[in-house]
Design a protein around this ligand. Structure first.
Ligand code: ATP
Length: 585
């Protein structure tokens, strides 16, 4: 298929904010796509060339891409640099530069999807000596043959900023509509939740239909999307819903999905990133703890003070990126312990359909414990009294609260339901639980903050509309250094105008693509005419705002924008807060 056809649809998708329209455009594109190009088109639409968990990044340095654009167009370097300064989006620079190109190539060959994909894939996999030159050549080869519009997307892709704004679930919808029916959508989603690979789902459904989806199974070294928890405010409510339950300590750390065989260990974050390199002590621990042939084990990684045995704030490990020597040093200084709580696969058998109790037994059979591997503390009970006591113990141990798990519940990949219910300590006070919000804009700083941002515009995620709606301006909780570095830190997400998926009444000085998630603590939720989260639901013309928001210091790098607190959750919090206020004298 010609790449021009794909680009034509991308332009239309970029121009709309409506999820349904986006889905329609995608369906038309998928219908036109020959089977052999289908997975490629799906990955390109996601802005990548392989599923996330493989960790294959294009991310070419912007300076290098700029050089290739200059070379491919024969324009003056200074002119191209000026365009870069003006536009701030290398894709637009490439588009304009190719339009203004001095000499059209004599024999340009129209690009096909296969060609674009092949070169991008080769760029991503090049490494070692001479790889830079080879990457330059591969990109020049594409740009030499690209139309201006094609160049825009190719360049955005290679610098890792494709950002069409198509959520994974929109692609799921489109695949269902193209190859099955709307009613089959959940089956498509299920296949995605198990495989974390939309390309594979596309291949399966397009060649074998729904039967193909059933063949997608849990597999070692391919992460499954995490099962999530609902929340309730009292233990009584939890028991009313669940009866006899398993309660577990709720650790405040980083969720880790470990895939273990006798010879290899891989760790994945909740966001399905491969984080194996970041936690050598867990890898080592699992290597010796595994008793079976292979296993997929889930747990929460928490930094532990090796002197006192107490938990440390999670921030101590969230900085673990970069050079191996630094990681090794931090692993010694702030080692983490994996509190394992689930077992999804054992000796080749998929345990996800099995009830919780069986999986827990399998967990304790398949991995032993050691210094860095332990089991989550758990207790099965039907007594509120006993649960209260257990809750106090959890808090004393440094945990956030409890997780209640239905004894007969299967592991439902990617689902948030009442099979798992979280219960945290501050629930009785209005909004003292933290929420995770997405940075969508910023306001210029004044006085001491001149040159940086004075406040960030924060949004919650509206799942139904696939939009980000504002809920507060965030200006406190930043230390001086973080404040100074904010513009640099957020630079990658900067946009010239309000991104299509952002809904805001406020006019920010700077807009950001919804990418960065911050943890925020607020005093309460109020109705506000200024913000757009849950607009019109409580009162016409007004949305929900967080009062006295404060940055907790935690960048939720492990969360994608769609994992942020949702508008629906805010509404639930508002309603329960209201109930409490009314009930008190
Ligand atoms: P969520 O993951 O539900 O979107 P979140 O990351 O903000 O939200 P919480 O809402 O506080 O986290 O709680 C859910 C998380 O608690 C899980 O994703 C997991 O990382 C963590 N957790 C800690 N202890 C346990 C446990 N015993 N069982 C399951 N999850 C646990």
């Amino acid at each position: 298929m010609q790449f021009a056809r794909v680009v034509e649809v991308y332009d239309k998708i970029e121009a709309t904010t409506k999820r349904l329209e986006m889905t329609d455009h995608l369906v038309r594109l998928l219908r036109d796509t020959p089977l052999e190009d289908l997975d490629k088109v799906v990955y390109l639409t996601q802005g990548r060339i392989h599923p996330d968990y493989m960790g294959i990044e294009l991310g070419l340095a912007e300076k290098m891409v700029l050089r290739v654009v200059t070379h491919a167009t024969g324009l003056d370097e200074s002119k191209v640099n000026r365009m870069w300064k003006d536009k701030g989006d290398l894709g637009l620079v490439a588009e304009d530069a190719i339009s203004a190109r001095r000499q059209k190539p004599l024999e340009s060959i129209p690009l096909t999807v296969a060609k674009v994909y092949e070169n991008l894939d080769a760029i991503a996999s090049e490494s070692g000596e001479g790889s830079q030159e080879r990457k330059v050549r591969l990109l020049s080869d594409l740009l030499g043959n690209a139309t201006p519009r094609e160049a825009k997307y190719i360049v955005r892709m290679v610098v890792g900023k494709m950002r069409l704004g198509v959520a994974d679930m929109t692609i799921v919808d489109a695949l269902a509509l193209t190859f099955a029916t709307k009613a089959d959508r959940d089956r498509v989603e299920q296949a995605y939740n198990v495989s974390s690979d939309l390309g594979e789902v596309a291949r399966a459904i397009s060649t074998k239909g729904l039967k193909g989806l059933d063949e997608i199974r849990l597999k070692l070294f391919r992460p499954i999307r995490a099962m999530l928890a609902e929340r309730l405010e009292t233990l009584e409510e939890i028991f009313k819903r669940m009866g006899k339950v398993a309660l577990e300590y709720k650790y405040d750390g980083l969720r880790v999905q470990a895939h273990v065989s006798r010879t290899k260990v891989q760790l994945f974050s909740r966001h399905l990133e491969n984080i194996t390199e970041q936690f050598p002590e867990i890898v080592e621990g699992l290597r010796t703890a595994i008793r079976g042939r292979d296993a997929i084990v889930e747990g929460e990684a928490v930094p532990v003070d090796s002197n006192t045995g107490e938990f440390l704030p999670f921030q101590e490990v969230s900085r673990r990126r970069g050079r191996k020597t630094d990681v090794d040093r931090m692993a010694k200084e702030f080692p983490v312990t994996l509190f394992s709580f689930d077992c999804l696969l054992r000796d080749g058998e998929d345990l996800t359909p099995r009830p919780y109790t069986e999986r827990r037994k399998a967990l304790e059979a398949v991995v032993g414990t050691g210094e860095t591997i332990r089991y989550s503390t758990s207790r099965v009970t039907e007594s509120v009294k006993e649960a209260e006591k257990f809750f106090d113990e959890a808090l004393q141990a440094g945990c956030e609260g409890l997780m209640a798990k239905a004894l007969d519940s299967p592991y439902e990949a990617g689902a948030r339901g009442f099979q798992w219910i979280k219960f945290k300590k501050e629930y009785s006070a209005a909004l003292s639980d933290t929420i995770d919000l997405v940075v969508v804009g910023a306001f210029a700083g004044r006085g001491k903050r001149a040159g940086s941002y004075g406040a960030l515009l924060m949004a919650a995620y509206d799942e139904e509309a696939d939009m980000f709606r504002t809920t507060c301006k965030l200006g406190t909780g930043f230390d001086d250094e973080t404040l100074r570095k904010l513009p640099e830190k957020l630079k990658g997400a900067r946009q010239d105008r309000r991104p299509a998926r952002v809904d805001s009444k406020l006019e920010a000085d700077v807009w950001f693509n919804p990418e960065v998630v911050l943890e925020v603590r607020g005093a309460e939720l109020t109705v506000s005419p200024v913000h757009t989260a849950a607009a019109g639901v409580i009162r016409p013309g007004a949305g929900l705002a967080i009062r006295f928001p404060r940055f907790t210091g935690r960048w939720r790098d492990d969360k994608g924008p769609e994992d942020a607190t949702t508008v629906k959750e805010l509404l639930e919090m508002y309603r329960s807060q209201l109930k409490r206020t009314k009930a008190s004298p």
